[in-house]
Write a protein of this length. Structure first.
Length: 415
């Protein structure tokens, strides 16, 4: 489920802008963001498996006082709202381009995807899995088909995959947006919760449906669940392989979206409609239709994770669980108004996509710094504490993301 977050419409916005605006120049940023996401998601999953707590729960235990917890929760909710905005915009744009629905009406119809999601909540988990399997298959296969048709230059791909470059302030903005679209705060929060639940499920199977007594002493988080070292190690190995495979696929998809946009270079301010029309004129209508179908699949599939993340963050940080219907509807309504207003003003939605992802990049330290801290402390992780080289690599990633964000803010504010 976490890999869905790395192929959401926010990635489309930044990757289209990168490919059409800078051709192959920013391809390295797609791979870099994927590598960052891979390590952070592995650490998040390992935290849930080894400690028995989700990241929001540990943050609440560390902050203790409510006056510190509430601002953190509000900031986390803002990041989730920015994520939902990108998912909603993807659905709106796809409806407009695929069926010719005017943007204003599409902004209303697009909000109704909440009904599909909420109707499925009462179904068996197997049905939900099949739903996401179909959407992700459409997404991945569609992008791969487009790549086969576009036939990007393999030499340029190899060179710009390893040679970093950002020739302008606009390019840097896109790089930060690509990192924000890939290393998503809500996915870092929710992965620890998902892996914690997976550990509980495996434990029930191993122990014949019972988990035994658990230790709830908040001063000893590493002892929160009663699993043996072998059980935790086995689950963590599977988690590592699963994370690497899923995020490699997501990285290939993101790089693929960028490469599909390269034939339209140079067009740094391209709109989504111009992009779809452009690739349709060059490669035929089948390519443009398949691309829009992948965008629709991306918007519909990524909506679920945002809803789950919101529940996890709220319950973990402030100990409250809101009705999922109410939460989803309120979040979607919040995003409907600014989007509809922007459309009425004639603003292109792709600019909203890019800037929403820049906001996400600025929010990454919110879960990233405590995640690296907790997974590097034996008190929380026990024998599964990060090794020295993992700590060093994680710190390097933290510093790089903070440096990108700081330089971007300086570039925007500087005269």
């Amino acid at each position: 489920m976490v890999s869905i977050a790395y192929m959401d419409p926010g990635n489309y916005g930044t990757d289209i802008a990168a490919g059409a605006g800078f051709k192959y120049e920013l391809l390295w940023a797609a791979w870099l963001a994927g590598g960052m996401a891979m390590l952070l998601q592995y650490l998040s999953g390992k935290l849930g498996i080894a400690s028995g707590y989700s990241l929001p729960e540990l943050v609440r235990m560390s902050l203790v006082k409510r006056r510190f917890v509430l601002p953190y929760w509000v900031a986390a909710e803002a990041a989730i709202a920015a994520t939902d905005l990108a998912e909603y915009l993807g659905t709106v744009l796809a409806l407009n381009l695929l069926f010719g629905v005017p943007l204003l009406y599409a902004s209303i119809f697009g909000a109704l995807d909440v009904i599909i999601l909420l109707a499925m909540i009462g179904k068996r988990f197997r049905v939900i899995e099949q739903y996401f399997a179909v959407l992700i298959s459409i997404l991945v296969l569609g992008i791969l088909y487009n790549l086969v048709v576009v036939k990007p230059d393999l030499t340029q791909i190899a060179y710009h995959s390893i040679v970093p470059s950002a020739s302008s302030k606009a390019a840097l903005l896109i790089v930060v947006g690509m990192i924000g679209a890939t290393v998503m705060p809500h996915a870092v929060f929710v992965h620890s919760w998902l892996s914690k639940n997976k550990m509980d499920l495996i434990g029930r199977r191993i122990n014949g449906g019972t988990l035994g007594s658990s230790i709830t002493d908040s001063m000893k988080p590493a002892s929160h669940h009663p699993y043996s070292h072998a059980e935790i190690e086995r689950t963590n190995r599977f988690h590592l392989r699963e994370t690497i495979l899923a995020l490699i696929i997501a990285s290939v998809v993101n790089a693929g979206i960028l490469l599909v946009g390269t034939p339209l270079y140079p067009n740094p301010n391209i709109s989504v409609k111009e992009f779809v029309q452009g690739i349709g004129l060059i490669f035929g209508s089948v390519v443009s239709i398949i691309f829009v179908l992948t965008l629709l699949a991306s918007g519909l599939s990524s909506s679920a994770l945002g809803t789950i993340a919101g529940q996890v963050v709220m319950e973990g940080l402030i100990g409250k669980r809101w009705n999922v219907w109410a939460r989803r509807i309120v979040t979607r309504v919040i995003n409907v108004f600014p989007t509809t207003f922007a459309i009425l003003l004639g603003l292109d939605p792709i600019s909203l996509l890019v800037y929403s992802q820049v906001i996400l990049s600025l929010m990454i330290p919110l879960p990233m710094i405590p995640l690296v801290y907790y997974t590097s402390k034996r008190k929380f992780m026990g024998a599964f504490v990060n090794r020295r080289r993992t700590i060093i690599l994680a710190i390097v990633i933290v510093v790089m993301i903070l440096a990108f964000n700081s330089f971007l803010i300086y570039s925007i504010l500087a005269p």
